[in-house]
Every structure is written in structure tokens, then in C-alpha cells.
Design a binder for this molecule. Structure first.
Ligand SMILES: Cc1cc2nc3c(=O)[nH]c(=O)nc-3n(C[C@H](O)[C@H](O)[C@H](O)COP(=O)(O)O)c2cc1C
Ligand code: SF4
Ligand code: SF4
Length: 549
């Protein structure tokens, strides 16, 4: 497992590149720092720590986190330090730390990259930064090769004289210089809040729409360098000076070479809205596994299993445009799975599916995002009297004319959704289907669909009607569920008008169930077969597995 901390992108780039080369996962430590999370991690593959150099050593927050967090499984550990000149004593102290943890130290790589510290150094011009990044690539790749062979990275040991002065200088530096009191925001600040989300020490908060700094700073430069408006200054030190971030926080300013490189390494930023639902979590896993930089957002943060790190999680309410401010800064693509999935008396699908996505689209446009991928539903434009379809169809139309690149995915339905509908009926011993007509569906498994979405999220002006490889009638499905549960099939059919009555009754009750009933009626009486067949998962097998202990 590759653990990395990156304030301004260099280490993120190196870590993701190594992950891609050696086929391992890169996990950002930012959320762990922010949440003071020291839960033990496990990896059977060697550990790789990628961190910047701060005052000739590993950053203290990385060192302290490693000390306090059990790393189980493999006992092998490598370090990769990105730095502006050299890693200096970082390897020396990394060896000590590895030994303290009873691990086998496999050396440290020193990767020279652009400086990110405008308070004391001059950030080089773009073309020079580019050259430095390009020169760093073979060094990163060499380290990756040694890691993949479980070898030892050769390193230059610091002299006794360097070591002798580093320790006191580092101490004095942290004690007297590492302070946040001189940070301030200029009038260019738009109150987007980006600076509050990138701080590993949770040291920046917004007050009256402006950032305010606390006392727990490590001078990482994430806040100053991530501001899309370059509105953050460090009094007397940074005014009029260049900042560094890789890639640049604003869109459209990367050079072609840099952009090509970031694309090649998968270093593309994706904002995923609706990230913590069933499909959202699968898309999130897919994006993280493929090495994208991801901002995962939803109303409440619920980190999915098997995807603990490697992305930023931001709580945001799609219905509240203020909570979306800054969410899409620097993003290349926005993916939205946002839609109402439960009955609600408070909000309608027009509030969520339509207005929520409109708010997100507006924020994406404001941030200069070029591409928006939307997960809708099959035949969304098929019946305007079904609010859950109509709200989606209306948003689709707005998206198509928004001026952003767009791709729309219309799934037929999901394995787990059908199982959720059928299993309680099987439990009760009787399945009731709607109407006399045999209708069919080819639902898709969400991991397959998630992979398809990620592969096609950059397609321009495309609409995919997505389904799985097997098409079954609802009656066939009911029989398969009964067989898997080891029960005699008992299937009855209710008249279609019954759902109209139910919808009417619930409309009167104003309990929010009317929209769900109308949508269920629609899906149970319409052919739901997508012509873009995705994935190899068998729904028949899935049903059998639902009843395996
Ligand atoms: C507080 C601070 C101290 C730094 N000290 C050193 C140093 O002693 N030697 C060095 O070569 N680079 C130093 N740097 C530069 C960073 O290590 C370098 O730019 C690194 O690649 C940044 O990584 P990141 O973009 O992943 O945050 C320092 C940067 C900061 C912010
Ligand atoms: S990132 Fe910049 S613009 Fe956004 S709130 Fe912070 S200082 Fe203001
Ligand atoms: S407040 Fe300090 S620690 Fe937080 S992002 Fe800014 S420089 Fe880094």
C-alpha cells in the first residue's frame, strides 16, 4: 500500500505513478490527518510512504502519524521523498522510524521536484516546473521498479556535520517560524472554502465567508497554493510572488505537455456527487482504484468499505447552492448520481433530481469544468406524468444545452434494487406482479456499471441505455428467487389500476410516497431493456448468492 501526503500535488503525482507501475493502491493521508484517524492498516504488499521534505526531514505530521498507526501485514517499508533540492536527512530518520516500528527499511528515494514554498524560496516559472516534473519521472519510475522487486533503494547518507545541524535547525524552525498568524486573504477571495478542506491540520475555517487561521499549522502551503483566486498571502513574504501547485488549481492553464502527462498517469480530478449511495460507492472505488484524484460528495459522509482513503470527502447538500461553492474548483469531470431514492414528505424529486443537479451543474460551470456525466434512468423521457422520470428528463435537457461536454447514462435497473423488492415478498411466501402483460428487464450489477461510467465519463454528447447481459421477465425472476430460497413459487397478479389508486391515496396523505408508487408502476409495466450491454455478471447467479449462507 502506498501512503502519501501531498500539500501541493508533487507527492500525489509520485504516489499515483508508483501505484500504477507496481499495481498497488495509493492512499492519501489527508483524511486520516484531518480526522486524527490511527486505525490499523493492513497490506500484504510492501509499504511505501511518499512525503515531501520539510526542513531537511520528513514532515512531523507524517512522522507522528506513522508512529501512532499500526501497519500490519508486510514488514517491508520504502520511502520516497519529493523535495526542492535533496531529501537531506529524511532517509536517515525514516530508517530510525522503520526500526522503531520493527519494520525492514528498504531505503529512501530522493525525487527533485519544484519547490512549493514561496514564503522562503522563489517558485520557478511554469516551463521550468514542467521540466523539473519531467525530469522527476525517470527517478520515480526507477524507485517503482526497485519496489516491485522488493529491492533496496540506494541512497546518499547525510554527513555527520549535516545531521548535527539539521536536528537543532529543524527544532528551531518549527518552534519559531511555523506559524499561521501571518496568513491573510485578500479581496480576491470568493469565499469558496477550498482552503478549509485542504488543510491537514484542520486549521482553516470560514468566518463570514472569509478564511480564518488557527494556531495549528505545519506550513505545508496547501491553503495558500490551492486557492483558485490566489487570494491567500503570507504577510510580507508572498505578495506578488508565484505559487506552486501540480496540477494548477485553475482549469485550462496547464500546458499541453503537463496535461498529457497528468492524463497518462491518470492524474485527473473528478468530483463525484452522490458518492455514498450504492452505485456512488462503486464508482468511487473504481475511480480511486484507477488513480484519479477524487472529491467524493454527498449530504452525509459515509466512507464505503474497501475504499478507506485515496479521495477527499466533502459533505454538501445539492439543494443548497452555498454548500456547493468551491466543490468543483480544479475538476476535469463532474459525475452525478444524485436522485431521490426514498419517499420523502419534505422534498420532491423535482427538488433533488432536477434542482439539485441544476445547482451542481451551475457550480461546475462556474468553476470552468469541461465535462458533466449524469446517471439518469432508462426511458427517462418516456412518461412525463411520472415525476421521477420527468425530473430526470428535464435535467437531461438542461445538461444537453448547458455548453458543457456531457454524457448521460440511462440504466435499466440494478441487481440489488430488484433483490430489495423481491426478497421481502419471497420471505412472506408470495410475489405479486403488476398487470397481465409479461414485461422484461436486463438489470445491471453496479460494479460493472461503475466501471462503464468511469471508462466513458469523458465521452462527448453520448446517451447510453445501459443493461446487463441477461434479460428476464419479472415472472421468471420471481421463480428464480423462490428456487434460490428453496420455496414453492406462489405468484399472483394485481390490476395495474391498483397502483393508480394507491398513488392517489398517498397523494392525499402528502407523505411523499406517490412519486415512488408511480415510478414503481412504470418500471413494473414497461419493458426495461437497455441496448448497451455492460459487464459479465449474471443476475441468475446473483439471485442464487442472495440465499447462500
Ligand atoms: C515547510 C516546507 C519546508 C521545506 N523544506 C525543504 C527542504 O528542507 N529541502 C527541500 O529540498 N525542499 C523543501 N521543501 C520543498 C518541498 O519538499 C517540495 O516542494 C515537495 O515536493 C512538496 O511536495 P507536495 O507538493 O506533495 O506537497 C519544503 C517545503 C515546505 C512547505
Ligand atoms: S480558497 Fe481562496 S477564494 Fe476560496 S475561501 Fe479560501 S481564500 Fe477565499
Ligand atoms: S493552515 Fe498551515 S497546515 Fe493548514 S493548509 Fe495552511 S499552511 Fe498547511
Amino acid at each position: 500500500m502506498i501512503l502519501y501526503f501531498s500539500a501541493t500535488g508533487n507527492c500525489a503525482f509520485a504516489a499515483k505513478r508508483i501505484a500504477e507501475k507496481i499495481g498497488d493502491e495509493a492512499v492519501s493521508l489527508l483524511p486520516k490527518f484531518r480526522e486524527n484517524d490511527h486505525t490499523a492498516l493492513r497490506s500484504e504488499k510492501p509499504w511505501v510512504v511518499v512525503a515531501p521534505v520539510y526542513v531537511a526531514e520528513m514532515p512531523r505530521l507524517v512522522r507522528d502519524w506513522l508512529r501512532a498507526t499500526p501497519l500490519t501485514g508486510s514488514r517491508d517499508i520504502f520511502f520516497v521523498f519529493t523535495c526542492a533540492s535533496e531529501m537531506s536527512c529524511s532517509g536517515y530518520f525514516a530508517r530510525q522510524l522503520a526500526e522503531e516500528k520493527g519494520m525492514v527499511y528498504h531505503g529512501s528515494a530522493s525525487v527533485k521536484m519544484p519547490t512549493n514554498y514561496p514564503i522562503f524560496f522563489t517558485v520557478k516559472e511554469d516551463y521550468e516546473c514542467r521540466r523539473l516534473v519531467e525530469e522527476a519521472i525517470p527517478v520515480i519510475d526507477k524507485a517503482a521498479e526497485i519496489i516491485s522487486l522488493n529491492g533496496v533503494i540506494p541512497e546518499k547518507k547525510p554527513s555527520k556535520a549535516i545531521l548535527g545541524c539539521t536536528i537543532p535547525v529543524n527544532d528551531l524552525y518549527y518552534k519559531y517560524f511555523v506559524k499561521a498568524k501571518d496568513f491573510y486573504a485578500t479581496d480576491a477571495c470568493i469565499g469558496c472554502g477550498k482552503c478549509t478542506t485542504v488543510c491537514p491540520c484542520v486549521n482553516v475555517r470560514l468566518e463570514n465567508g472569509r478564511p480564518v487561521w488557527g494556531e495549528n499549522c505545519t506550513h505545508c502551503m496547501a491553503c495558500l497554493s490551492s486557492c483558485p483566486k490566489e487570494a491567500i498571502e503570507y504577510r510580507g513574504k508572498t505578495e506578488g510572488k508565484r505559487r506552486y501547485h501540480f496540477p494548477k488549481p485553475e482549469r485550462g492553464v496547464q500546458s499541453k505537455t503537463m496535461h498529457e502527462e497528468t492524463e497518462r498517469s491518470g492524474h485527473m480530478k473528478v468530483v463525484l456527487a452522490g458518492a455514498f449511495g450504492h452505485l456512488g460507492a462503486d464508482i468511487l472505488r473504481e475511480l480511486v482504484a484507477r488513480g484519479y484524484e477524487v472529491v467524493a460528495t454527498g449530504r452525509t459522509i459515509r466512507r464505503p468499505k474497501d475504499c478507506e482513503g485515496g479521495y477527499d470527502a466533502v459533505a454538501a447538500d445539492m439543494q443548497d447552492p452555498a454548500s456547493l461553492r468551491g466543490l468543483c474548483e480544479g475538476a476535469d469531470v463532474v459525475i452525478s448520481t444524485v436522485g431521490l431514492t426514498k419517499a420523502s414528505a419534505e422534498v420532491s424529486c423535482y427538488d433533488v433530481d432536477y434542482q439539485g443537479n441544476m445547482n451542481l451543474l451551475e457550480e461546475a460551470r462556474r468553476a470552468g469544468v469541461k465535462q458533466f456525466a449524469y446517471v439518469s434512468v432508462l426511458k427517462a423521457d418516456g412518461n412525463p406524468s411520472v415525476p421521477m422520470l420527468d425530473a430526470k428528463a428535464k435535467f437531461e435537457e438542461k445538461l444537453k444545452t448547458s455548453g458543457l461536454g456531457w454524457v448521460i447514462f440511462r440504466p435499466s435497473g440494478y441487481f440489488y434494487d430488484i433483490a430489495k423488492v423481491f426478497m421481502p415478498m419471497i420471505e412472506k411466501g408470495k410475489v405479486t406482479l403488476l398487470g397481465d402483460k409479461a414485461v422484461h428487464c436486463n438489470v445491471v450489477d453496479t460494479p460493472d456499471f461503475a466501471a462503464f461510467i468511469v471508462e466513458h465519463m469523458n465521452d462527448k454528447g453520448k446517451l447510453y441505455n445501459v443493461g446487463g447481459k441477461e434479460t428476464w421477465s419479472y415472472e421468471e425472476l420471481a421463480r428464480m428467487f423462490f428456487a434460490a430460497a428453496g420455496k414453492e413459487p406462489k405468484i399472483s397478479r394485481a390490476p395495474v389500476w391498483l397502483f393508480d389508486v394507491l398513488a392517489w391515496v398517498n397523494k392525499k396523505k402528502k407523505n411523499g410516497k406517490e412519486a415512488i408508487i408511480r415510478f414503481s408502476k412504470w418500471t413494473l409495466t414497461e419493458e426495461m431493456v437497455g441496448d448497451t450491454v455492460v459487464g459479465d455478471a449474471s443476475f441468475a447467479e446473483y439471485i442464487k448468492n442472495c440465499y447462500k449462507k
